[in-house]
Design a protein around this ligand. Structure first.
Ligand code: 8YV
Length: 326
């Protein structure tokens, strides 16, 4: 049987599935696995399953038999694609199964920021609720407002559907590959980034972190946004220049932010964002429902097993698809 290593605990059912096809070892202790142990355990494996695997030249050098890295996440910015290509190591991820769940969370952040839900929850729990305070509760409408989406992929389209049909929002979007069919069915409008930023009440990032999107949103972009607008990010923190975001919030260039992701995670306790009333912060939980996490891990297991048993894994990342041709 091929040898595989799994670097975080997985549900029993997934373990049983893997055990049918592979000799396997699982790291069940504290997350994340220390680097020395990971390197020791993966010296002669054929496959690795890992959440957000940091796959470097050095790691690949250490695992010469490796055929596949199965990432238990849809984002795979930690793959060194060039090195994986050179060594013919396949990389897979977990698209589709988390789309609706992350789209729900995007709306959670939109509602929380616009209607001050986190702040007001704290207020009631603090026992300070007083009738004369009711001016404090005034937020902004989400329905019939304008949502500007940067990125319109698998998750984006689920957000757009909620926005148009659920909240009667006007949706502007910007993306690499324009989506005429979505424009027709949902009435969303393609826009350049500048006019999207100028005209949106909510600016939502819904795109992967790549060399091209690293710090795509910075000082210049925040300046274009409306003072009344909210900035929402449940993609990746590094798509934003976080210092510029802090500055925009401090100087009231924008009204608030809803953040599930940060430049550094877990976020530093001294990060000024954590002290701001108009910023909602979550610990990167976009896909975190029981059902979706199970489906992600199962999908990752299917990719892993396919990759070590000479079948074509269903979810090879686009940049490595060429490896399937040889
Ligand atoms: C995380 C994600 O993987 O899929 C992704 O790319 O960012 C999330 O689903 C998840 O939060 C586990 O860390």
């Amino acid at each position: 049987k091929p040898k595989v290593f799994i670097s975080e605990p997985v549900p029993q059912e997934v373990e049983e599935y893997i055990s049918k096809f592979c000799d396997y070892k699982i790291w069940k202790e504290k997350y994340p696995i220390p680097k020395e142990i990971l390197y020791k355990e993966t010296k002669d494996i054929d496959g690795l399953m890992t959440p957000k695997g940091v796959i470097t030249e050095e790691f690949l050098e250490n695992s010469p038999n490796l055929k596949i890295v199965s990432n238990i996440a849809v984002g795979y910015e930690a793959f060194d694609i060039k090195a994986m290509k050179e060594r013919k190591v396949l990389g897979t991820h977990t698209p589709y199964v988390l789309d609706e769940t992350v789209a729900d969370l995007a709306f959670g952040l939109i509602l929380m920021t616009a209607r001050k839900l986190g702040e007001l929850d704290q207020y009631v729990k603090s026992g300070k609720w007083h009738k004369s305070d009711n001016q404090k509760f005034l937020g902004q409408d989400v329905h019939h407002s304008t949502l500007g989406m940067i990125g319109m992929g698998r998750i984006g389209e689920k957000v757009a559907r909620r926005a148009t049909f659920g909240f009667n929002m006007n949706v502007l979007y910007h993306t690499r590959n324009r989506r005429p069919q979505l424009e027709e069915s949902y009435g969303i409008k393609y826009s350049n980034i500048e006019s999207l930023l100028e005209n949106s009440d909510f600016v939502l990032l819904m795109l992967p972190l790549t060399d091209a999107t690293y710090q795509l949103i910075g000082q210049e972009q925040f300046k274009l946004m409306k003072q009344s607008a909210f900035f929402i990010n449940c993609s990746r923190g590094k798509i934003v220049d976080e210092k510029a975001l802090i500055h925009a919030l401090e100087t009231k260039e924008i009204s608030g932010a809803g953040l599930d992701v940060f430049e550094v995670e877990p976020v530093d306790k001294d990060n000024p964002l954590l002290k701001m009333q108009n910023v909602v912060t979550l610990p990167h939980i976009g896909s975190a429902t029981e059902k979706t996490r199970f489906n992600m891990v199962m999908k990752a297991a299917e990719n892993l097993v396919a990759g070590v048993t000479n079948q074509v894994p269903p979810d090879v990342v686009d940049e490595l698809r060429e490896l399937l041709e040889n």
